[in-house]
Write a new protein. Structure first.
Lengths: 316, 347
């Protein structure tokens, strides 16, 4: 336990001294927040609330980038092998990566929530317990995916290629960037096989619909199972030595991380529940906007101007 | 062959089975090096290795290495790159598993008791680094955090001359400073055995001497040290005992003095000639005990150098050959290595 805390402290300290960390973990997520809230939602509080789920989802999903890159750099530079000769274990190295990433992601998430509340005057941030639970399990499970990526790639180049290959479908199909309901029915069904879809869906429900933890058990449960699996796989595949290369067959282990969501995807595409719930959510947003417009018809013009965000106060 | 490691505490090993190096029969090791050079007279060993083997695919990196290291001793594994020194030391540190043999370090088997062992050993590894943005003092505190027993980081900073660099990032340190920090970290848990793998490789001569001073200080403190090196000077200057390693085997071991004496007080005369001569002919000259051709030079070992030189010059005159250069050197471990392998250490 002491080794874990020692390593976690070091990782947090090193991240705070890294310019890349500042850009990718603070500037970019906050930039996305302003892009979504100010430009896409035009400062409209209800739309900001609806888009807050995808914004938080993007922030949480990004965890795997930094974690995989850092661990591979540590291995390539022979930093890991120095720790190998100490009593620190592979699990200490892996779990400290996850913990440090969590400690560094949480403040950005809280900042985004506070900005939504006080700058964009979102009337309700939804169920805070649900949000925190989802953000937590999302951050640690996507972080753990990063550890598997670090374990199954031999060089930084391979790591970045795999990161890109995973990142693009995760952000484009999960509803984190392109609205889920705008995707064709086939693509929606493909998206049901991705962990990010359940994360973003759960976050939308927790923020926009104020659903309690009991109502988002599917995303919470599936991400937890996924976390346990990815952590187990990364601990089995962990390599301290730069010259210890992983065989081609072992790279297939990364495919094993997809198993929980392949099963869930088959189940969900059969039931069609997630797709139906997404339609209900967007319908509710439309209804609320129309209701708003009826109550304050002239307010719309003001609130669409992102430079006058203060005017976009809730009018009910 | 099934791997048999010690299950618990250090087992007292059969001295003869441990101490005999497995030298190839075609080398005249026994003639040049009396049997007692392969024996370790000290019984209070903290480190015992018996018939260690390690293979990487088709390459047999370590082929039956055996030695013991006594408490307070500085033991060196001297050999060219690729001789199997690093593989041996990494097995002792618990970083790699052996394929065969028996190993005990501080009474622990590195393969099955690595967790306990790691509290007792310190190491400065080859080709390792620390994160660029870690400060010197932070690095010491970080590593101190892993151990049950620990030294005061402030004392180590002073001892290794890093006080002024305490807040410097690792990336801002020079090669020598990085190596001093590596040594300081290796001592942070007040280890019973310190492993130094090529502690001065890649450093310039001045910095290398600086590191020698630090290691000599540890030697005065009676720290048990196992170091690998391919520098003759390092082995001669720092080690109480040296094992010469080549092709995964120990071909000789003893104190540097013993090993050099085994060269039978032979002075080395290295000559370059205008035209080639047969090694055998030069070896037969009066006063010359043997001759080997090395990279275009001829290395003559002789007990009576003046006589050897006179007979060499006479011979060259008779053959209408010329002496291009001549160099005389007192025996070093390099000569021991040449005598045993027919190669230079750095070839």
């Amino acid at each position: 336990m002491r080794n874990l805390l020692t390593l976690t402290r070091m990782r947090v300290r090193l991240a705070l001294r890294n310019k890349m960390f500042f850009f990718f973990s603070i500037v970019m997520p906050i930039g996305f927040f302003f892009l979504y809230s100010g430009v896409f939602a035009k400062g409209e509080p209800m739309v900001v609330a609806y888009l807050l789920g995808p914004v938080l989802g993007l922030n949480v999903m990004g965890s795997f980038w930094g974690l995989s890159a850092t661990l591979v750099t540590f291995r390539e530079q022979g930093i890991l092998r120095r720790f190998h000769v100490t009593p620190a274990t592979a699990m200490d190295m892996l779990v400290s990566s996850i913990l440090a990433n969590y400690a560094l992601t949480l403040p950005t998430v809280i900042t985004e929530l506070l900005l939504a509340k006080f700058l964009f005057h979102v009337p309700s941030l939804g169920d805070m317990t649900s949000i925190l639970l989802l953000v937590s399990i999302g951050t640690i499970s996507f972080g753990s995916l990063g550890l598997v990526i670090a374990s199954v790639t031999n060089t930084m180049q391979e790591t970045q290629v795999l990161n890109q290959l995973l990142w693009l479908p995760l952000i484009f199909l999960s509803g984190a960037t392109i609205p889920f309901t705008s995707l064709s029915n086939t693509v929606q069904n493909v998206a049901l096989f991705l962990p990010a879809t359940y994360l973003v869906h759960g976050l939308k429900y927790a923020v926009f619909d104020g659903k309690g933890p009991g109502d988002i058990l599917l995303p919470l449960g599936s991400l937890t199972v996924w976390f346990v699996l990815t952590l187990f796989l990364s601990s089995q595949l962990f390599r301290w030595e730069p010259e210890a290369k992983i065989g081609r067959k072992a790279k297939l282990y990364v495919a094993a991380t997809a198993i929980p969501f392949i099963l869930l995807g088959i189940w969900e595409s059969g039931s069609g529940r997630i797709i139906a719930e997404e339609k209900v959510l967007i319908q509710r947003l439309d209804d609320l906007q129309q209701h708003d417009n009826r109550r304050a018809p002239r307010g719309d013009q003001q609130s669409t101007d992102p430079t006058k965000m203060d005017d976009a106060k809730p009018r009910n | 062959m099934p791997v048999k490691f010690l299950a618990g505490g250090a087992r007292k090993m059969n001295d003869s089975s441990v101490a005999h190096a497995r030298a190839p029969s075609d080398w005249s090791v026994r003639r040049a090096f009396p049997v007692n050079f392969f024996r370790n007279p000290m019984s209070d060993s903290v480190l015992q290795v018996e018939n260690l083997t390690k293979r990487y695919g088709d390459v047999q990196a370590v082929r039956g290495v055996s030695f013991q290291v006594a408490e307070g001793e500085v033991f060196g594994l001297l050999g060219p790159n690729g001789a199997g020194k690093t593989s041996t030391i990494e097995i002792l540190e618990g970083l790699r598993d052996a394929d065969g043999g028996v190993v005990s370090v501080c009474g622990f088997d590195p393969r099955t008791q690595a967790d306990e062992l790691k509290h007792e050993i310190g190491a400065a590894l080859q080709s390792t680094a620390l994160p660029d943005k870690l400060r010197v003092m932070e690095a010491l505190r970080l590593f101190a955090g892993f151990y049950k027993r620990r030294k005061n980081p402030e004392d180590l900073l002073k001892r290794f001359g890093l006080v002024e660099k305490r807040d410097a990032f690792y990336s801002q340190l020079s090669g020598g400073q990085k190596q001093r920090l590596a040594l300081a970290i290796a001592l942070i848990n007040d280890p019973k055995v310190v492993f130094l793998d090529e502690p001065t490789a890649g450093l310039d001569p001045q910095v290398r001497r600086e590191i020698y001073d630090v290691i000599e200080e540890l030697r005065r403190d009676k720290k048990t040290i196992v170091l690998t090196t391919h520098y003759i000077e390092e082995a001669e200057r720092l080690c109480d005992r040296v094992a010469i390693v080549d092709h995964g085997q120990i071909i000789a071991q003893g104190t540097p003095r013993e090993l050099k004496q085994a060269s039978a007080d032979k002075t080395r005369i290295e000559v370059r000639l205008a035209r080639e001569e047969a090694e055998e002919t030069l070896g037969m000259l009066e006063g010359v005990s043997d001759c080997r051709s090395l990279n275009g030079n001829y290395v003559l070992h002789c007990q009576r150098p003046p006589q050897a030189i006179v007979s060499l010059v006479k011979h060259l005159e008779a053959q209408n050959n010329e002496l291009v250069s001549l160099e005389i050197a007192t025996p070093s471990l390099e000569d021991v290595f040449i005598e045993l392998t027919g190669r230079r250490l750095r070839d």
